[in-house]
Design a protein around this ligand. Structure first.
Ligand SMILES: Cc1cc2nc3c(=O)[nH]c(=O)nc-3n(C[C@H](O)[C@H](O)[C@H](O)COP(=O)(O)OP(=O)(O)OC[C@H]3O[C@@H](n4cnc5c(N)ncnc54)[C@H](O)[C@@H]3O)c2cc1C
Length: 331
């Protein structure tokens, strides 16, 4: 079995992954970040409104934050491979139970195992420890036209794109705060908005809901499933069906904002670690999962408080624990 070139492989270069890598570097532990996208930064690239709650970055947008994070990564000479997803993790030699979430005795350096991580089609990498920092992915409708018309009317952020559709008919799909807020934002720039939700109950914040209900340019269509986004070169209409009926309705729209939430990106560890009932990785405060040597940090294990601060903090906590597990820090 080949010797691992790196002590630690970190899957995902969002705030959690980069923070973990910086701390590991500080502890002189070799690590490599593996990022699916061409640009590191994760969800930071989706933040278009000013960030109101992160110390030192108050009022920044996500692009600025991601740029500075990347500058930090470069300045610290972190190794990052981008542009390919990790497809598989294989435990070639199990670590001893001392490195797992439930532990009766403290872990030791021999608690580490050997993991093989398959990236892209042919690339195989090995490490003693793997950190899952894969964050969240947008939920999709999974209907015809959604992927095909992405960027040509199918959008995910009214904050960023509403001016493009100002004064035109649009649909917003979802029932959470993001969806209702998008409906209000679009109505404010003169759009006729149809807000489509699969239930009659909304999870959105009450103040947003009240604003949407009070706006004559927002029409609510509840208890309805989207069936297709229609259009050839660009979005032309949306097809949906009211629950309990057998007939599709079609509304003419120029844009569809899909705002149906996010889900943890755990497909590569399914069956390998314990997940909670919502599919998030279960961890202890140091980021240990139920599999010794496999850690999780950031949004992928934070169903209740996803945040940049949380992701950065969890990366630090996991790095300290990894350093102790690998015998690089005294206990
Ligand atoms: C619109 C919006 C506004 C927000 N506003 C705020 C705010 O004001 N304040 C705040 O604190 N937080 C905010 N957040 C949340 C914040 O961005 C996240 O909590 C934070 O980015 C989580 O970091 P993370 O590293 O855990 O995950 P992510 O940022 O999701 O990064 C995960 C990374 O893993 C990569 N990845 C996934 N699967 C694979 C794979 N198989 N192989 C390799 N790489 C993979 C992804 O491409 C991604 O780069 C906002 C989020 C959004 C979407």
């Amino acid at each position: 079995m080949p010797t691992p070139r790196h002590d630690v492989l970190i899957l995902g270069a969002g705030p959690a992954g980069i923070s973990t890598a910086l701390w590991l570097r500080d502890f002189k532990i070799s690590c490599l970040l593996l990022e699916r996208e061409r640009q590191p930064g994760g969800q930071l690239h989706q933040i278009h409104a000013p960030i109101p709650n992160y110390l030192t970055a108050y009022g920044w947008d996500g692009a600025r934050f991601a740029g500075v994070a990347l500058d930090d990564a470069r300045a610290a000479s972190l190794e990052i491979l981008v542009g390919e997803p990790v497809r598989r993790i294989v435990m070639e030699r199990p670590a001893r139970r001392g490195g797992a979430m439930k532990r009766s005795s403290p872990p030791s350096s021999s608690a580490a195992g050997v993991f093989r991580v398959d990236r892209g089609v042919r690339e195989r990498l090995r490490a003693s420890v793997v950190v899952l920092a894969t964050g969240l992915s947008r939920r999709t409708l999974g209907v015809p036209g959604e992927t095909e018309l992405e960027g040509r009317g199918v959008s995910h952020s009214a904050n960023r794109e509403r001016m493009r559709w100002a004064g035109r008919p649009v649909a917003v799909v979802g029932g959470g705060t993001a969806a209702v807020e998008d409906a209000v934002l679009c109505a404010e720039v003169g759009c006729e908005v149809t807000l489509i939700h699969h239930s009659t109950r909304f999870r959105a914040r009450n103040d947003f809901l009240q604003r949407a209900r009070a706006n004559p340019h927002v029409k609510f269509v509840t208890n309805s499933e989207v069936r297709a986004v229609v259009g050839k070169e660009r979005v032309e209409a949306l097809r949906y069906r009211k629950r309990g009926t057998k007939r599709d309705e079609t509304i003419a729209v120029d844009a569809v904002f899909v705002r149906i939430g996010w889900e943890p990106e755990t497909s590569i560890v399914r069956g390998m670690v314990r997940l909670d009932r919502r599919g998030y990785v279960r961890v202890n405060p140091s980021g240990r999962t139920s599999t010794p040597g496999l850690y999780a940090v950031g949004d992928v294990c934070s169903p209740d408080a996803p945040s940049i601060a949380g992701a950065v903090g969890q990366g630090a906590a996991a790095a300290w624990d990894i350093a102790r597990t690998l015998g690089r820090l005294p206990r």
